[in-house]
Design a protein around this ligand. Structure first.
Ligand SMILES: Cc1cc2nc3c(=O)[nH]c(=O)nc-3n(C[C@H](O)[C@H](O)[C@H](O)COP(=O)(O)OP(=O)(O)OC[C@H]3O[C@@H](n4cnc5c(N)ncnc54)[C@H](O)[C@@H]3O)c2cc1C
Length: 509
């Protein structure tokens, strides 16, 4: 028999990472009379920026756009170290009293919407005591990030049990890993490998980046001279907003250029890389990907640190494939051998939709891939719930801020009109839906079919475009005919599992 939880909050936020903390601040600022709680599975806040501890861990976008819209980033470095980002998140939580609302060690397992009661029942497991905790909530805001915390992606390399040294995944970096004076092989070519190689190069005997295929790498200045100059002459918020918009415009233009004129973008990137490499370096083998820029995320190299390590001879790149690990290192498909004392498998993340929460509407389990995202933040047929998912072609927080602004507007609108339920209803014919995350990267392709999907047209299409999202989410009509509001309990619009997007549509690529 269904029991009503003893505790009720107006809004329940899942996750106390960059976006969950931001969500708490937005509620505090825009909906101050609403009660809320944040359930966090781990024993600390900060999410990504607390979990990852590998050498050199840093952002790969600028902090003027990865920072919150409401709290200036004042550090001179625009591409910032993980520790500085974690401090910023913690200080923000403290400044807005959000830290008082966080319950650590609470992993949310399930959330059930009951149309008769117009509320969610959320079940969490206490990761410290294994007790079960239940809360009810009027609105659910899922800020759980996009990947598994319990394990990164590590292919099963043959012979790995034979290798005599440590094999480390960057997601689980041992505090005491000693690589000084040792030969290190970093397997991977993504943002993590590009960060790790120069960071380890000065202490290690040598670092080899072993990549199966190259990525696009571009150099950006670690410090933003314009931002630092503006901060000296303008009030902090004015300086921050000016830099933020400058960077949004530059990012949007460079993304559009890459998508519309990929050959030109490739030529520009190649020239930038070639200029920084030592004479005679084989640019095409190691830095010429087979795909177009932004089919996968570009790798950022602050102040050209990777290229400096290559020029100094402290690091090198091998483009080849692992045949097998051996006692002394790695035997490659080409027949060459790489000797190693330490191997780092920077092979990526395992994606996870909605923090693995089992979601049900009126007792029926939700099949996420059968749902379309509404404005990239709600799911068709799922009332009073939003997900905070950032951009893949720009800083994550730009979108998460807009998502929270929209949710706060929605909550205030509902209160003003006495509505208790808001649900995006997808009506009519099948649509040819697309994956939610539109990147060709291996880590995306491995799991994207477990995520909700996007439709071909607004409001179901995910627009990876901040200026357009400002128009839609900050300024757009809430009562757009797709979002249905109701005051009385009724199950009419809350679609049971599988009913929101016809099966044919979900299957269509
Ligand atoms: C190394 C690294 C560098 C990155 N650099 C950038 C960058 O420069 N720019 C950029 O835009 N993006 C970057 N990203 C993406 C990055 O994850 C986001 O920018 C941002 O930190 C995500 O914040 P989040 O709060 O949404 O998710 P997360 O940081 O993943 O936090 C999610 C939180 O939710 C908790 N949680 C998850 N599931 C549950 C559950 N079921 N119950 C309770 N709690 C749960 C987790 O424990 C975690 O604390 C990077 C990612 C990595 C891994």
């Amino acid at each position: 028999m269904r029991t009503t939880p003893a505790e009720h909050v107006d809004v329940l936020i899942v996750g106390a990472g960059l976006s969950g903390i931001g969500a708490g601040c937005h509620l505090h600022r825009r909906c101050p009379d609403r009660t809320y709680a944040i359930l966090e599975a781990r024993d600390s806040i900060g999410g990504t920026w607390d979990l990852f501890r590998y050498p050199g861990v840093r952002s790969d976008s600028d902090m003027h756009t990865l920072g919150y819209s409401f709290r200036p980033w004042r550090h001179p470095k625009a591409i910032a170290d993980g520790a500085a980002i974690l401090d910023y998140v913690r200080e923000t939580a403290d400044q807005y009293g959000v830290d008082q609302r966080i319950r650590l060690n609470h992993r949310v397992l399930s959330a059930d919407w009951c149309s008769a009661e117009m509320r969610w029942t959320v079940t969490a497991e206490r990761t410290d005591t294994q007790d079960t905790v239940k809360l009810s909530a009027g609105f659910l805001l899922v800020c759980s990030g996009y990947y598994r915390y319990d394990g990164g992606y590590a292919p099963d390399f043959p012979g790995s049990d034979r290798f005599a040294g440590p094999i480390v995944h960057p997601q689980h970096w041992p505090e005491d890993l000693d690589y000084a004076g040792k030969r290190v092989v970093v397997i991977g070519s993504g943002a993590t490998a590009v960060t790790l190689v120069p960071s380890m190069a000065s202490a290690a005997a040598h670092v080899t980046m072993l990549q199966r295929s190259p990525s696009y790498v571009i150099t950006l200045p670690e410090e933003d001279a314009v931002a630092n100059a503006l901060r000296r002459v303008l009030p902090p918020m004015a300086a921050y907003q000016t830099t933020r918009w400058k960077n949004v415009v530059l990012m949007t233009l460079s993304y559009q250029l890459s998508r519309r004129w990929p050959r030109l973008a490739k030529a520009i990137i190649r020239k930038g890389v070639a200029l920084q490499l030592p004479d005679g370096f084989d640019v095409d083998t190691h830095f010429k990907p087979s795909y177009n820029p932004w089919d996968q995320r570009l790798c950022i190299c602050p102040d050209g640190d990777l290229f400096r390590a290559l020029r100094r001879g402290e690091a090198s790149i091998v483009t080849d494939q692992v045949q097998t690990f051996t006692e002394q290192g790695i035997l490659l498909r080409s027949g060459a051998e790489l000797e190693a004392d330490v191997i780092i498998t920077a092979t990526g993340l395992n994606l996870l939709a909605l923090g693995g929460i089992e979601i049900a509407v009126d007792g029926q389990q939700l099949d996420l891939p059968s749902r379309l995202t509404y404005k990239g933040l709600m799911l068709s047929g799922v009332p009073n719930a939003a997900i905070s998912i950032g951009y893949t072609n720009a800083s994550w927080t730009l979108k998460c801020d807009l998502t929270c602004e929209y949710v706060c507007r929605l909550l205030n609108h509902m209160r003003e009109h006495g509505y208790r339920q808001a649900v995006a209803v997808h009506e009519g014919k099948s649509v040819v839906s697309k994956p939610l995350i539109d990147l060709a990267s291996g880590y995306v392709q491995r799991s994207v079919d477990k995520f909700p999907r996007q439709g071909p047209k607004k409001p179901w299409r995910l627009r990876q475009n901040y200026p357009l999202d400002v128009m839609a989410l900050r300024l757009g009509e809430l009562e757009d005919g797709v979002m249905r509001f109701s005051r009385e309990a009724s199950a009419r619009d809350a679609a049971p599992a599988g009913a929101a997007v016809p099966a044919a549509a979900a299957a269509a690529g």
